[in-house]
Design a protein around this ligand. Structure first.
Ligand SMILES: Cc1ncc(COP(=O)(O)O)c(C=O)c1O
Length: 382
């Protein structure tokens, strides 16, 4: 019998639901990935770089040209100046970036505050570092930070807080005022931040994403993580980055060097080319995804699901209390997939203690128009 280091980890719900969608032929609105391709120029650039021989190890910290593009984009988007050499590190996906940041600073016995509903990779990464997650629920009505609960969760052992904005699965954004409150709360404490901002460019209705990169005080203790997969519609490329002050970057790179050493070389060349040639891509993303959100929500208006349009990410939460209040959300997701041909993700799996009576499932709208139309047709007759 193996004495598992992660006894509570099994196959994730994302894998389970995607498999079930494939087996049953259901439309897969469960796992978060687009059913359309990334920009053609980006795809062509990969082929060009593979053919021209950019196929050996990249520098450990990431291709200089790509780190420069990241720094330039940060300056344009947030008005923040970061050093491409000493503050930006390219990683094989945001998941690896988060893992390395946690391993770099968390020790046995440390506590890490995470907010429920919570992305699933954080807790196993903390546990492998010997730490323990302390789960704090977001406010139930609008998924904002609950500062009374955060204050109550802080202890002498708290070593890190993990933020996620725009937030998966709720689509909520953290405001500047919330970041200021958080800064005041931890000012005199030895606490690091991981700010998971993989959906940084997917924000709607003119509401800006407030990056920790633009918060001078918080940035001094932060690892800010993003993903080219989300921004360029290429989740399968698993290429991301971490931005952190130089001293933290040194520690992060010590881990990254032995977990991955480097990211995939031709992908980094292609991303660097495309970012240089198409800086407008990120500026166009909010309108691109807002149109999908609005199409999907307009089509769902006649359905019996109730919802508030999300402010960020490519996920829409819908409440099914008026349809099957008798089913918990896992049962509802399985029923919707098997009986109605639409695969979804139950929100309870993002909680340590799911709120009693919550009846929410998450639908991914990073899909072609016809997929959204077909899905909405099925959802409207449930
Ligand atoms: C909140 C959040 N963080 C991190 C990731 C992982 O990003 P990557 O695919 O670049 O590892 C995801 C992907 O779904 C996510 O939703």
């Amino acid at each position: 019998m193996i004495n598992s280091k992660l006894p509570n980890v099994g196959t994730t719900i994302f894998t389970t639901m995607s498999q079930l969608a494939a087996e049953t032929g259901a439309l897969n609105l469960s796992q978060g990935f687009p059913d359309f391709n990334g920009p053609q120029g980006l795809l062509d650039a990969v082929g060009k770089h593979v053919a021209s021989g950019h196929n050996q190890y990249a520098p450990m910290t990431g291709l200089p040209a790509l780190r420069q593009q990241v720094a330039a984009k940060i300056a344009r988007s947030y008005g923040a100046t970061v050093s491409p050499d000493s503050e930006v590190t390219i990683t094989p996906g945001a998941t690896a970036a988060i893992f390395c940041a946690i391993q770099a600073v968390i020790r046995s016995g440390d506590e890490v505050i995470v907010f429920d509903p919570c992305y699933d990779s954080y807790e196993p990464s903390v546990e492998l570092a010997g730490g323990r997650c302390v789960h704090v629920q977001l406010n139930l009505e609008n998924f904002s930070l609950d500062f009374e609960k955060i204050q109550a969760a802080l202890s002498a052992r708290t070593r890190m807080i993990i933020l996620n904005t725009p937030h998966n699965p709720t689509g909520a954004l953290i405001s500047r005022a919330e970041l200021d409150l958080l800064a005041a709360l931890i000012r005199d404490r030895d606490i690091y931040l991981v700010s998971d901002e993989v959906y940084e460019h997917l924000v709607f209705d003119g509401v800006p994403h407030v990056s920790v990169l633009a918060h001078e005080e918080l940035y001094q203790r932060a690892f800010v993580v993003s993903s080219f997969g989300k921004t360029y519609h290429v989740t399968g490329w698993k290429t991301g980055y971490v931005v952190a002050p130089p001293a933290l970057t040194v520690e992060l790179r010590k881990v990254h060097q032995y977990v991955n050493f480097c990211g995939v070389t031709p992908l980094q060349y292609a991303l660097a080319d495309f970012m240089a040639e198409h800086p407008e891509h990120v500026e166009e993303l909010p309108a691109f995804y807002q149109a999908k959100r609005d199409l999907f929500c307009d089509l769902l208006t006649p359905s019996r699901f109730s919802f508030t349009r999300v402010t960020g990410t490519y996920f829409q939460l819908v409440d099914y209390s008026a349809i099957r209040p008798d089913l918990d959300d896992v049962a509802m997701s399985l029923w919707m997939t098997r009986e109605h041909g639409v695969a979804t993700i139950p929100v309870s799996v993002f909680y340590q203690h799911p709120p009693q009576g919550q009846r929410l499932v998450r639908l991914c709208f990073a899909k072609r128009e016809e997929t959204l139309q077909q899905a909405a047709e099925k959802l409207c007759v449930i």
